[in-house]
Ligand binder design. Structure first.
Ligand SMILES: [Zn+2]
Length: 263
């Protein structure tokens, strides 16, 4: 009897170890992957409710950007903490139970760091990245942390059904300006071939150092800041399984619409 009990105990233990091991291997491989929920074209077409919770999203990354169900503000995740930027630009910690219709995350794992010169803005930053990045054909997770001379941000107010298209909603987007503010710009540079799925080029959100203010970044000027780049060659998608997504017409070219929404 005693021997059987011991044997059973060992089997249980090896199962536990096997699953712990599997989770560890999974997490380690994920550090090189961007994982995204749904597609940018689904969001542009007005699918603003998803099933993926913040708790689930955390399994795929500790860093990233997105939005919440009913477009209830901008999402920004940094150092494992997920935040919700309210329509007034103020920030709250996102609850684990909150859901997202669109987000992209990764485990941030810096490959390269460089100091940005005072006066670098969104346009000149693109030139810095073109020099620093070895190729335009992979994803880069990007974090810029420091003091910003000025920054122009926006957030989105929570929507009611029937939902209007994103391009219509963002015509009235709440804008915020801030000067001499410390914080982090967080986001991605996606390759051009990603169009339809995500935003080709740069997509950044901001969170202040005191985690009180943030938003989707429209313009910025650096006073002193460190740029950290994470080369990310893998890409995973979590596509919604609901009726709304299944029935959406995602064959339409929304390139022009996206340009209006991102600026
Ligand atoms: Zn955004």
């Amino acid at each position: 009897m005693a021997a059987t009990k011991k044997y059973t105990g060992r089997i249980v233990l090896s199962f536990i170890l096997f699953f712990c091991g599997a989770v560890n291997v999974y997490a380690r491989t994920e550090t090189e992957a961007v994982t995204q929920v749904s597609t940018i074209d689904a969001l542009l077409s007005g699918i603003y409710d998803g099933e993926t919770t913040i708790a689930q999203l955390k399994k795929y990354g500790n860093f990233g950007i997105g939005t919440f169900n009913a477009l209830d503000g901008e999402m920004v995740a940094v150092n494992g903490e997920f935040y919700q930027v309210k329509p007034n630009g103020l920030v709250e910690k996102a609850k684990h139970s909150m859901k997202t219709p669109f987000a992209a995350v990764t485990f941030f794992d810096m490959d390269e760091a460089l100091e940005l010169q005072p006066g670098v803005n969104f346009t000149t930053f693109e030139r810095v990245m073109d020099t620093a990045a070895p190729t335009k054909n992979i994803f880069y997770a990007i974090q810029i942390t420091g003091l910003f001379r000025d920054i122009k941000l926006r957030s989105v107010p929570k929507q009611q059904r029937p939902y209007a298209p994103l391009s219509v909603i963002l015509k009235k987007q709440p804008l915020f300006y801030s000067k001499n503010i410390r914080g982090s710009i967080v986001g991605f540079r996606c390759p051009q071939f990603i169009k339809g799925l995500n935003v080709p080029g740069y997509h950044f959100h901001f969170i202040s150092e005191n985690a009180k203010m943030g938003g989707h970044v429209l313009e910025f000027t650096v006073e002193e800041a460190m740029l950290q780049i994470d080369y990310t060659p893998k890409f995973f998608m979590l596509l919604p399984g609901d009726d709304e997504f299944y029935k959406a017409d995602l064959t339409i070219n929304r390139e022009e619409e996206l340009k209006k929404v991102e600026k």
